[in-house]
Design a protein around this ligand. Structure first.
Ligand code: ADP
Ligand code: MG
Length: 220
């Protein structure tokens, strides 16, 4: 399914823990709704009953935890269900999808920081989800010191199996995201996640202007 064949626009928000994805997904969905668009908000891993069940396995693994390969396969399986049962049918109805993380998280975490490499993750995504790409991936970036402040203020709850990994792992994730975005300037927009939530929101809307304009012109 090419972008021209569907009418809804698919936007993913990406970045490491605490950069503001969940906050900005809500603000973006509200802004799109206020502009008269129908919007479905979703998240990964998750978004469908099957994928949410896999989310629980990923974030709170039974036993010793997953090997890197098993973890990548579980993410790809959850995504395959999410894409087939929610994302594609929604886009085909002309509804926008705003998703908190998508395949670029697998590329940055399991492919980059986890050492499996980008070709393996892309192969799983091609098999599981026919390689579906967002129309635009917004990569939020926040400096490490500010991230630590945000995360400690967040809710005090224990981190999950992936969020709780070392600072080096999370640094490698951030570097991987930046590399992926740098290699695909068409598909990504890097947005500065510093400042107030509203300031970041305004930057995201500005970055999405081409897609908003295309939708208003009746192309999407
Ligand atoms: N622009 C911002 N400035 C200050 N704090 C923020 C900002 N955006 C989000 N937060 C707070 O930082 C924490 C992490 O944000 P969140 O949206 O949950 O990030 P993510 O979903 O990327 O992990 C939350 O406590 C949130 O309220
Ligand atoms: Mg979040």
């Amino acid at each position: 399914m090419s972008a021209a064949e569907r009418t809804g626009c698919f936007i993913a928000l990406e970045g490491g823990e605490g950069v503001g994805k969940s906050t900005q997904v809500c603000l973006l969905a509200e802004a799109l709704t206020a502009r008269g668009k129908q919007v479905v908000v979703s998240r990964e891993p998750g978004g469908t009953p099957g994928a949410e069940a896999i989310r629980e396995l990923l974030l709170h693994p039974p036993g010793k935890g997953w090997t890197a390969e098993a973890e990548a396969l579980l993410f790809a399986a959850a995504r395959a269900d999410h894409v087939a049962r929610l994302i594609r049918p929604t886009l085909e109805k002309g509804i926008w999808v705003v998703c908190d993380r998508f395949v670029d998280s697998s590329r940055a975490y399991q492919g980059g920081a986890g050492g499996l490499g980008d070709p393996a993750i892309r192969a799983l995504h091609d098999f599981g989800s026919d390689g579906l790409r967002p129309d635009c991936t917004i990569l939020l970036e926040v400096d490490e010191a500010r991230l630590a402040e945000r995360l400690s203020a967040r809710d005090g709850s224990a981190s999950d199996a992936i969020g709780g990994r070392s600072a080096d792992y999370h640094r490698a994730v951030a570097q991987s995201f930046r590399r992926l975005a740098g290699a695909d300037p068409q598909g990504f927009r890097i947005v500065d996640g510093m400042g107030t939530p509203f300031e970041v929101h305004e930057r995201i809307l500005e970055a999405l202007e081409p897609w908003l304009a295309a939708a208003n012109g009746g192309l999407k």
